[in-house]
Structures are given as structure tokens and as C-alpha cells.
Write a protein that binds this ligand. Structure first.
Ligand code: HEC
Ligand code: HEC
Length: 276
């Protein structure tokens, strides 16, 4: 009988050790200090810039994740993996400097200098200084309310395991070299700052936490009928009046604010990106 007891003791010990590694290791990744320099950006104050900031907040998907009224939304909810709230933006702005807000959007670093998750910095990182200033000006124009949602993130055992093996990654990025103003090639700029939140130019992209697959963008868009592309982005209805899941949602919640010339420029740019 002694070997049974010893076996059980070993098993309990190993389980405890695994839990320590899982929780300790993942806590180090979740709470690490992300030392990224604060961008030198000042919030726009001109009403037209603030208005454009609000339009950008739709196009960039801020309102899709942070709630249609920017009052915060439970953005991810699979208890074994994580529960993550995209916080009310007025509440965040109230307690942050312009530089801290700019760093959250551009570099995926929280106001307290910790890593943020789910912020699509691979695309937001390319926004010009001027557009970032507009977005921050718009955030500063929002009123706080009793319905504001803010909540600390909760990460479950599967989420922690995913972090440790590198399946899930935080949004921290240091890439620099953003333009001061929007470049003349607006099609390319919009593809890089908006569509690449979910797509890749020449390959399918699968989102690890949700399993959503976004088709290769250039091939998909280049062949689209121009009027049908406008309808898709305006209404969420794809060719053949189909609902296309996340894409339809992104269109209805934000991409609809793209203008016709912007949509045409997006298509024109993507046609130059087709593999020959
Ligand atoms: C795909 C969903 C998504 C999109 C798109 C998105 N956010 Fe977020 N954002 C989040 C989530 C989720 C968090 C909280 C992350 C965390 O706690 O780790 C967050 C955090 C933030 C924070 C930092 C809050 C803090 O307490 O430090 C700011 C500021 C912010 N978002 C602003 C924006 C703005 C402005 C945009 C648009 C340019 C935007 N977000 C687009 C999901 C998103
Ligand atoms: C929030 C994520 C997200 C963003 C942002 C996004 N897409 Fe998509 N897109 C998807 C996903 C996911 C699909 C696949 C939808 C499906 O078939 O279920 C898709 C599908 C498409 C399709 C194929 C529709 C069809 O007929 O099946 C086109 C075209 C498209 N996207 C263009 C764009 C363009 C252009 C942009 C930028 C302006 C963009 N997308 C931005 C997630 C996104």
C-alpha cells in the first residue's frame, strides 16, 4: 500500500508544482512593466478634428469593442480562457494624460504601464500623429456616466496556459516611424490601419482565441465588384446578400463610416498588392 500512497503524494506534489508554474509564470507575463516611451502627442481641440476623431473611432473599431456609446463592453468572455472588458473610454481618459492615451492606442500599454490585451496595435500602431491626436481629442470630449463599464481582466487556467506557450500574446508593440499626417496614398493607409486589424494581405489569418478566419485581403477585395464592396462595408451584406459574421458586424458597427472615395482607394491599393 505504501507505493500507492507515495504515488498519490507525488501526483499531488506535481499538480501543485504545475499550478505554481502556471499561475506564477502567467502572472509575470500579465503584470510585467511595459516600458514604452510616451509618444509626444497633444489632444486635438479643434471641433472639426474632434468630429473626425469620432468618425475614426468608428472606422478603427474602437466603438465595436468599447461599446457603441464608448461606455465599455465585455469584449471577450470565455471563463476558462479569460474575461476581458474593453473599458469605458471617458472613464479611462479622465485619469490619463494625452501621452498615456496615445501609448495605449499606439503601443498597447495600459495607463499603469502594464501590457494590454486585444487592442489591435498591429494596425493602430500605424496611425499618424495627427489622427492619434484627433482620437484623443474625441475621447476627451466624451462624458462619463453611471453606466460606464470598467472591470479588471480575469484570466482563467486555459488562458494562462495559452500565454505561457505563446498561443496568446499581449498587444504591446514598440514599432515607431509613424507619419505626422495622413499620407497621400489613403487606400494603403486605411488598409494598414483598419483592415489589417483582422486580415493579412496575402494569407488567411486565424484569430487564436476565437478561431475566426479572415480571408487573404488582396485576392478577396481585388475581385469584388466595386458597388458590392461599398454595400458590404456600408451594410454588412456581402455579395449574394450574405451575412458574413464578424465582417458584417465590423461593417455595421464602424466600417460604414468610410466614404465612397475611401472605399475605392482601398480597392485600388489592394489591386496593386495581388501576387502575380
Ligand atoms: C478588438 C477590440 C478593441 C478595439 C478595436 C479597440 N480596443 Fe481599446 N481595448 C480593448 C480591450 C479589451 C481593452 C482592455 C485590455 C486589457 O485590459 O488588457 C482595451 C484598452 C484600451 C485602453 C487602455 C485602458 C487602460 O485602462 O489602460 C484605451 C485607452 C483604449 N483601449 C482605447 C481604444 C481606442 C481609442 C480604440 C480605437 C482607436 C480602441 N481602443 C480599439 C479592446 C479594443
Ligand atoms: C474586425 C475584423 C475585421 C476587419 C476590421 C475587417 N475584416 Fe474583412 N473579414 C473579416 C472576417 C472574419 C471575414 C470572414 C467572414 C466570414 O466569411 O465569416 C472577412 C471577410 C471579408 C471579405 C469577404 C466577404 C465575402 O464576400 O465573403 C471582404 C471583401 C473583406 N472582409 C474586406 C475587408 C476590408 C476592405 C476591410 C477594411 C476596410 C476589412 N475587411 C476589415 C474580419 C474583418
Amino acid at each position: 500500500m505504501r507505493w500507492v500512497r507515495r504515488g498519490i503524494t507525488t501526483l499531488v506534489g506535481l499538480t501543485a508544482l504545475a499550478l505554481v508554474v502556471l499561475y506564477g509564470g502567467s502572472a509575470m507575463l500579465l503584470d510585467r512593466r511595459a516600458d514604452v516611451e510616451l509618444p509626444q502627442i497633444k489632444a486635438a481641440t479643434n471641433p472639426l478634428d474632434i468630429l473626425e476623431g469620432g468618425r475614426l473611432a468608428r472606422i478603427e473599431g474602437c466603438l465595436d469593442c468599447h461599446g457603441g456609446d464608448a461606455r465599455g463592453r465585455l469584449a471577450f468572455d470565455q471563463p476558462a480562457i479569460a474575461r476581458i472588458t474593453a473599458p469605458a473610454l471617458a472613464r479611462v481618459a479622465e485619469n490619463a494624460t494625452d501621452g498615456q492615451l496615445a501609448r495605449a492606442i499606439r503601443n498597447g500599454v495600459s495607463i499603469e504601464a502594464r501590457p494590454l490585451f486585444m487592442m489591435p496595435t498591429q494596425a493602430l500602431n500605424r496611425l499618424s500623429d495627427e489622427d492619434l491626436a484627433r482620437l484623443i481629442g474625441w475621447m476627451r470630449s466624451l462624458q462619463t456616466s453611471a453606466f460606464d463599464k470598467v472591470a479588471p481582466k480575469e484570466v482563467g487556467p486555459l488562458g494562462r496556459f495559452g500565454l505561457l506557450i505563446g498561443k496568446f500574446q499581449d498587444s504591446v508593440t514598440r514599432t515607431g516611424g509613424q507619419p505626422r499626417r495622413r499620407p497621400a496614398d489613403i487606400g494603403r493607409y486605411l488598409v494598414e490601419t483598419v483592415c489589417l486589424e483582422c486580415h493579412l494581405i496575402d494569407r488567411e489569418k486565424i484569430e487564436p482565441a476565437t478561431g475566426h478566419a479572415a480571408p487573404p485581403l488582396a485576392a478577396m477585395v481585388a475581385g469584388y465588384d466595386p458597388a458590392a464592396l461599398r454595400t458590404l462595408l456600408r451594410t454588412g451584406k456581402a455579395v449574394g446578400n450574405r451575412d458574413v459574421g464578424l465582417m458584417s458586424e465590423a461593417s455595421r458597427k464602424g466600417l460604414y463610416a468610410l466614404t465612397d472615395p475611401e472605399i475605392d482607394s482601398i480597392q485600388a491599393y489592394l489591386r496593386t498588392q495581388l501576387r502575380r
